[in-house]
Structure formats: C-alpha cells, structure tokens
Design a protein around this ligand. Structure first.
Ligand code: PRP
Ligand code: ZN
Ligand code: MG
Length: 225
C-alpha cells in the first residue's frame, strides 16, 4: 500500500506515452518539477507525486496499491491482467478514463517477400512478441496452433535474425515495420492510453482530489475535440 498521504500517479518514464502524460498533467493544473533522471517528481501545488517507471510495471503498481493512479496503454494493461490472472494474482483496476493519445494496434506481421498470407500460414509457425498472453488468446480463438516467442524488445528484427517466422507487435505509424521489411496483417487489439485507479483506494482526501481532477481532464479532452 502506498504509505504517503500524497496521491501517487505512475507514468511511463520514456517512450511513446511520456510526453503526452506530462502534458496532460500540466493541462489539468498539476505543476511538476520533473528533473532529469528522478524516479519521483513532487507536485509543487498539489499533494501529488508522479512516479516515472517502465510502462510494463504500471498496471502491477496500481493493482498492488503501490500507486493510486496510472496512465498506461491498454495493450500493456490487458497483457498484465492476463499474466496476473494466470498466476492467481489480483488483476483489478478501475478505468477512470480513456485518453486521447497513444493510439496504436497490436498486429501480426511477417517478411514482406512472402507476400499476402492467410491465417492458415501461421499454423506451426513461431511468432515473436512482447504480448504472449494476448497473442495466445488470439491463437486459441482462431484455432491456430503456433507458438509465441517472448521478446521484451527489438521484436521487429526477430524474423531476419531467425528467431521467429513472424511477429505480433505494436504498430503506430507503421514506420518500424516498413524499416524492417515486414508486412502488416490482422489487428489483434486496438489500443490507446487510459487512466487507471487502484480499486481498493479508500483514503477520502485522495478520492476527493481525484474527483476534483476528473472534470478538468474531461475539459482538456473536450477542448481538443
Ligand atoms: C512500439 C513497437 C515498435 C514501435 C512501432 O514500441 O514495439 O517498436 O512502437 O511504432 P511505429 O509503427 O510508429 O514505427 P514502443 O514505443 O511501444 O516501445 P517499447 O517496445 O519499448 O515498449
Ligand atoms: Zn514497453
Ligand atoms: Mg518497440
């Protein structure tokens, strides 16, 4: 449980969501002193601390109550939930809001030189991914027997490196697939950033602060529409 009486928000330290997360906090009036490599940034105008961590760690930190809130891509959230459910660990969060950034899709891709392929092609293949649980659920649903090869990074080089036949990775602009000579196939999951809360949060002051911030967040979203 978080042992301070300051509201703790987990955001991605560096990656696709970091800049938008920092901008959002600023737009809803949370002043931060985000200095260089600091893990924790204290707000100068509200009882809020921002923890900057790896995106993959955010769902677990919120589920375990180490942080009260978190901003994370649905892709990472869904994968963590599946993983924790497998281990009989608590995987509950409250999704307070979907945010209007971090849009991407988790899609299958394979070497371009193979040309268009149907689902049957995946039978018996090895698919590299950072999202093995989401991929396994998809393969099961589609009745395809292929194996998931877990890689935490550089998934896009796996086919060329001979580690896998295909990949299942996040696609945003498509530049990474293009640069690695991969052809995009079916989308397994559409995703964007969302704001999550620990469902066990009970501190009345923290809850009141969240209540105060939510309309501001809504206002920022509407202003951008
Ligand atoms: C994803 C994915 C690709 C890239 C795709 O990585 O793994 O590397 O984004 O984006 P593009 O289609 O615009 O080229 P992400 O930024 O989520 O970082 P991570 O893999 O380190 O978590
Ligand atoms: Zn990541
Ligand atoms: Mg990547």
């Amino acid at each position: 449980m978080s042992n301070t009486n300051r509201l703790r928000i987990a955001i991605q330290k560096s990656g696709r969501l970091s800049k938008d997360c920092q901008d959002l906090l600023k737009q809803i009036g949370v002043k931060l002193n985000l200095r260089e490599q600091r893990l924790i940034a204290h707000s100068t105008n509200m009882p809020i601390d921002v923890l900057r961590v790896r995106d993959d760690d955010i769902p677990g930190l919120v589920m375990d109550g180490v942080c009260d809130l978190g901003i994370v891509g649905e892709n990472v959230l869904v994968e963590s939930q599946a993983e924790r459910q497998n281990q009989q660990q608590n995987a509950d969060v409250i999704t307070l809001s979907k945010l209007d950034f971090g849009f991407c899709r988790l899609a299958l891709a394979w070497p371009q030189e193979l040309g268009e392929q149907s689902k049957d092609w995946f039978e018996g293949k090895r698919i590299a991914t950072t999202y093995p649980e989401i991929l396994k659920q998809y393969l099961k649903r589609e009745n395809i027997s292929a194996s998931a090869v877990m890689l935490t990074g550089s998934v896009e080089v796996a086919p060329r490196a001979g580690l896998a036949d295909a990949i299942c990775d996040l696609v945003s602009t498509g530049a990474t697939l293009e640069a690695n000579g991969l052809m995009q196939g079916e989308t397994i999951l559409e995703s964007n950033a969302c704001l999550i809360q620990n469902p066990a949060l009970q501190d009345p002051e923290k809850l009141a602060l969240i209540e105060k911030l939510m309309p501001r967040l809504k206002g920022v979203k509407q202003a951008k529409e």
